[in-house]
Design a protein around this ligand. Structure first.
Ligand code: MOS
Length: 735
C-alpha cells in the first residue's frame, strides 16, 4: 500500500509532546554564556554617549559590546535573492533608525545577570522627531526599486473598461501592521571552534540562507559555518530572514571566546525581527449588469523602514485570479518611516490583497444582485490573465461548488440582516483565493543501511508542517519500505543544500528532491541485483524488478532479495542515492501554476455589542495532490485560525509620537484561542499537477490563511449590512 496519501501521524509527534524535541534555546552546550540585547528607546536620532561602566562591574558580566567596540561587519546588499536580511546592521555606528534597535549587548554567566547588567547602561540620545506611518501618508508614497516582480502591471485598458462599465465598485481597504508571534522566541546559540569554525544553532526557516548571510556579513568562508535548526516552534515568515541578533550572538561569542546563547524577549520580538507591514489598498471594479468583470484596478501602499524597500505585493492576486475582459492594472508603492524592516508573514501578499479584492467582489455581487458564488463562477478563467498562459490545474469551480454544497449555501437568504437566531444576527460569506506556487531547486540524499532502513537527509526544514512525516512517506513509496523504516534528518547545513521553508514550497520542491534521491537509491539496488555479486536477477531487465516491504522481486518468478541481504552480499555498509531537483522557474514554464480555494464563513453577531463570533467554516482547497491528508488538514486548520486572527483580532499599534510598537505581548496583541474557533470543515478537491512537481503537489500551507478575512467580512456584511473595509473587524466598527 502506498504511504503517500495516507493520514499518517507525525513522525516527530511523540518527541514534541514529551518534550524530547529540542528547540534552539533548549540546547545545552558546556560553558555556554548568555547575552542580552539593550535596545534604543527612541526611534530617530543618535546616541551621544553610552555609559557601560556600571554594567561591566555587575555580577557575572563578561563583556559589554556597543558600536564602540563591536567589530565592523561587511555591508549586506539589499536583494530579493537569498540570503535575505535587514540591511541595517547592529552596533556599527551611533545612528538610531527605529525604536527597539539594538544599541548594546551584555554577555554574562546567566541570562538574568546579562539582562540586569543591561539595565545599568546609561544612554544619552540626540533625539530626532520620528516619522510614524499613518494611512493618509499613502498619498505621498514613492516607487521603490523592483524586487521580486514588476511593481506595476497593465494588461489591456483597465481605466477605460472601468469608466465605460455599467456597474462600478470602488473602495479603499486598510489593514494594520501585524506581528508573527510564534510561541518560540527567536534564539541563537553561537559556538566557535578552535579552528575558527562557527556553529550557529538558530531559530530559522533557512539554515542555508543564514549560513550564506553570516558568511557574507562576517567575512567568513561558507564552509567554516554550520547552521542547525532541527525544530521550530512557529516561524510564519518571521524566521525566513536573518536578523541582527544572530550576528550579535556570533560576534559576542567571539568576544568572550565562549559559546553564547541569545534569546529575544517577547517584547523584543516586535522590533528586532520583522513584521507584516500595514497596507492601504484601493480597488476599482467595472462590470456588466450580470456581474461579468470588464476592468480591474488594484493599488497598494505599505510602510517600510528607512533603509530597506520591502514591498508587500498585495495587488498581485488581482493580476491572476479572475478573467477580466477589458483590462487589469496594478501598482505597489512604499512609504519610508522610522521602523525596523517588515518581512513576509503567512500568507504574504495574498492574504492582504484578497481582503480587498474579495470584499470588492462581494460588493459587486450585491450591486448586481448576483449570488456571490455564481458571480465567481461567472468570472472563472482557464487562462492566467497576466501571462496569457493556461493554468496547469485550476479546480476553483470544484472549490466553489463542493464548498458551497458542504456549507449548505443554497439555504442562505441573500438579503443582509435577513437571517437571525433570536436576537443574534447570522451572516454567511464566501471568498475565493489564488496562491503563488514556487519552484525552487533542492538536493537530498537517501542512504539505505545494512538493516534495510533508510535515512533521508536535506538542509530543508520541518517548520511544524509535517515535513518529517511526508518526506518519509515519499521515500518509503519510492524505496518499497514501510514509512516507519525511514528516518528523516533536516535543518543542518552539513546536509545536501535545499531551499528555505517559505512560500509553502517544501512539499512540492524539497520533497521532490527526496523522491529523486530515493529513486536513485532504489535504482542502484536494482542494478546490484542484476549485476552485482551473486546477482539474484542476473540477465533480467531493471523494469522487471519491483520493490515492496524492503524486498526486491523479479516479475514472473519467485526470486527475491531484501535490501539487507543485497547490501551484505555485496559487502556494502550503505547504499546512497542523490537527488537534485532543478525545476525551471515558474515564470519560464509553459503553464501558470497556482493553488486555489473557496472558503465559506458563518458568523453570529451580537447586534447591541458588535461582537462577531465565527460559527461555522468550510474551506475547499485545490493544492494539487495531497501527500498526507492528516498533516494537510492540520495545515488548513492552522491557516484558517490564522485568518480569523487577521479578520477579527490582530493589530500592532504604534505610538504616534514615539514610533514604538506598543502592544508587545500576548495580552496586548490578540490572537485567536480555542474558544474563538468552532469546528472547521476542510475539503481537498485538487488532483495531481504534473507541472507543479513530480509529486503532483502545489503549495498548501499559506493558501489556507488566504481569503478567511474577506469571507468573514462578507459574512459580517450579510449579518449586519455594514461593510467593514478596515481590519480587524473590531466591535467598535460595528456599533
Ligand atoms: Mo511564509 S510567510 O513564506 O514563511
Amino acid at each position: 500500500m502506498n504511504a503517500v496519501g495516507q493520514p499518517i501521524s507525525r513522525a516527530d509527534g511523540r518527541r514534541k509532546v514529551t518534550g524530547a524535541a529540542r528547540y534552539t534555546a533548549d540546547l545545552a552546550v558546556p560553558g555556554a554564556t548568555h547575552a542580552a540585547i539593550v535596545h534604543s528607546t527612541i526611534a530617530n536620532g543618535r546616541t551621544l554617549s553610552i555609559d557601560t561602566a556600571a554594567a561591566e562591574c555587575a555580577p557575572g558580566v563578561l563583556a559589554v559590546l556597543t558600536h564602540h567596540n563591536l567589530p565592523r561587519m561587511n555591508p549586506l546588499p539589499w536583494s530579493h535573492l537569498r540570503p535575505q536580511g535587514q540591511t541595517y546592521l547592529p552596533l556599527q555606528d551611533d545612528k538610531i533608525h527605529y525604536a527597539g534597535q539594538p544599541v548594546a549587548v551584555v554577555v554574562a554567566e546567566t541570562r538574568d545577570q546579562a539582562a540586569y547588567a543591561g539595565t545599568l547602561i546609561a544612554i544619552d540620545y540626540d533625539i530626532g522627531r520620528p516619522v510614524v506611518f499613518s494611512p493618509p501618508m499613502a498619498r505621498d508614497a514613492v516607487d521603490p526599486p523592483q524586487r521580486m516582480w514588476p511593481l506595476s502591471s497593465s494588461i489591456g485598458d483597465a481605466e477605460t473598461a472601468i469608466a465605460d462599465a455599467a456597474i462600478r465598485i470602488e473602495g479603499a481597504y486598510t489593514m494594520p501592521d501585524r506581528h508573527h508571534n510564534p510561541m518560540e522566541p527567536h534564539a541563537t546559540l553561537a559556538v566557535w571552534g578552535e579552528d575558527g569554525t562557527l556553529t550557529l544553532y538558530d531559530s530559522t526557516q533557512m539554515v542555508v540562507g543564514t549560513k550564506k548571510l553570516v558568511a557574507l556579513v562576517l567575512g567568513l568562508a561558507e564552509h567554516k559555518i554550520t547552521v542547525i535548526c532541527e525544530f521550530l516552534g512557529g516561524g510564519f515568515g518571521g524566521k525566513s530572514w536573518s536578523w541582527p541578533h544572530t550576528l550579535l550572538a556570533a560576534l559576542a561569542a567571539q568576544a568572550v571566546n565562549r559559546p553564547v546563547r541569545l534569546q529575544l524577549t517577547r517584547a523584543q520580538m516586535y522590533s528586532m525581527v520583522g513584521h507584516q507591514a500595514a497596507t492601504v489598498q484601493s480597488i476599482a471594479l467595472g462590470a456588466g449588469r450580470d456581474g461579468t468583470l470588464a476592468g480591474l484596478r488594484h493599488d497598494s501602499v505599505n510602510p517600510t523602514s528607512l533603509f530597506d524597500d520591502y514591498v508587500e505585493y498585495a495587488a498581485m492576486a488581482s493580476r491572476h485570479l479572475w478573467g477580466v475582459s477589458g483590462g487589469i492594472a496594478t501598482s505597489h508603492k512604499v512609504v519610508h518611516v522610522n521602523r525596523n524592516s517588515p518581512v513576509v508573514l503567512r500568507a504574504p501578499m495574498e492574504a492582504q490583497g484578497h481582503f480587498a479584492l474579495e470584499s470588492a467582489m462581494d460588493e459587486l455581487a450585491y450591486a448586481t444582485s448576483v449570488d456571490p458564488v455564481a458571480l465567481r463562477l461567472r468570472n472563472d478563467t482557464d487562462t492566467d490573465p497576466y501571462s496569457g498562459r493556461p493554468f496547469s490545474t485550476r479546480a476553483l469551480r470544484q472549490c466553489l461548488t463542493e464548498g458551497a454544497a458542504h456549507f449548505g449555501w443554497d439555504k442562505r437568504s441573500p438579503k443582509p440582516r435577513s437571517m437571525r437566531d433570536g436576537r443574534t444576527l447570522i451572516g454567511q460569506g464566501v471568498a475565493a483565493a489564488i496562491f503563488t506556487h514556487w519552484r525552487w531547486p533542492g538536493k537530498a540524499r537517501v542512504t539505505l543501511d545494512p538493516t534495510g532502513t533508510a535515512l533521508v537527509e536535506a538542509a530543508a526544514h520541518d517548520i511544524g508542517t509535517g515535513t518529517y512525516t511526508t518526506m518519509a512517506q515519499v521515500a518509503a513509496d519510492a524505496l518499497g519500505l514501510a514509512p516507519d523504516k525511514v528516518v528523516v534528518r533536516l535543518g543542518d547545513t552539513r546536509l545536501p543544500e535545499s531551499h528555505p521553508a517559505i512560500g509553502s514550497s517544501t512539499a512540492a520542491n524539497a520533497t521532490a528532491a527526496v523522491l529523486l534521491a530515493a529513486q536513485a537509491a532504489r535504482d542502484k539496488a536494482i542494478a546490484l541485483a542484476l549485476t552485482g555479486r551473486d546477482a539474484p536477477f542476473a540477465g533480467a531487465a531493471p523494469g522487471d524488478v519491483t520493490v515492496a516491504d524492503g524486498t526486491l522481486s523479479l516479475a514472473r518468478t519467485n526470486r527475491n532479495i531484501t535490501y539487507a541481504e543485497l547490501l551484505a552480499r555485496n559487502g556494502l555498509g550503505s547504499l546512497v542515492g542523490d537527488g537534485d531537483y532543478a525545476p525551471v522557474e515558474e515564470a519560464a514554464g509553459p503553464k501558470a501554476i497556482f493553488s486555489f480555494s473557496a472558503v465559506f464563513a458563518e458568523v453570529r453577531v451580537d447586534p447591541d455589542l458588535g461582537i462577531v463570533r465565527l460559527n461555522r467554516f468550510v474551506g475547499a482547497y485545490d493544492a494539487g495532490r495531497i501527500l498526507n491528508p492528516k498533516t494537510a488538514r492540520s495545515q488548513a486548520i492552522g491557516g484558517i485560525i490564522w485568518g480569523v486572527g487577521q479578520a477579527l483580532l490582530e493589530q500592532s499599534e504604534t505610538d504616534p509620537a514615539l514610533a514604538r510598537f506598543m502592544n508587545r505581548n500576548y495580552s496586548g496583541y490578540l490572537v485567536p484561542t480555542n474558544a474563538d474557533i468552532p469546528a472547521l470543515d476542510v475539503l481537498f478537491v485538487g488532483g495531481f499537477d504534473e507541472e507543479a512537481s513530480p509529486l503532483g503537489a502545489k503549495g498548501l500551507g499559506e493558501l489556507t490563511a488566504v481569503s478567511v478575512a474577506p469571507a468573514i467580512a462578507n459574512a459580517v456584511y450579510h449579518a449586519t449590512g455594514k461593510r467593514v473595509r478596515d481590519l480587524p473587524i473590531a466591535m467598535e466598527k460595528l456599533l
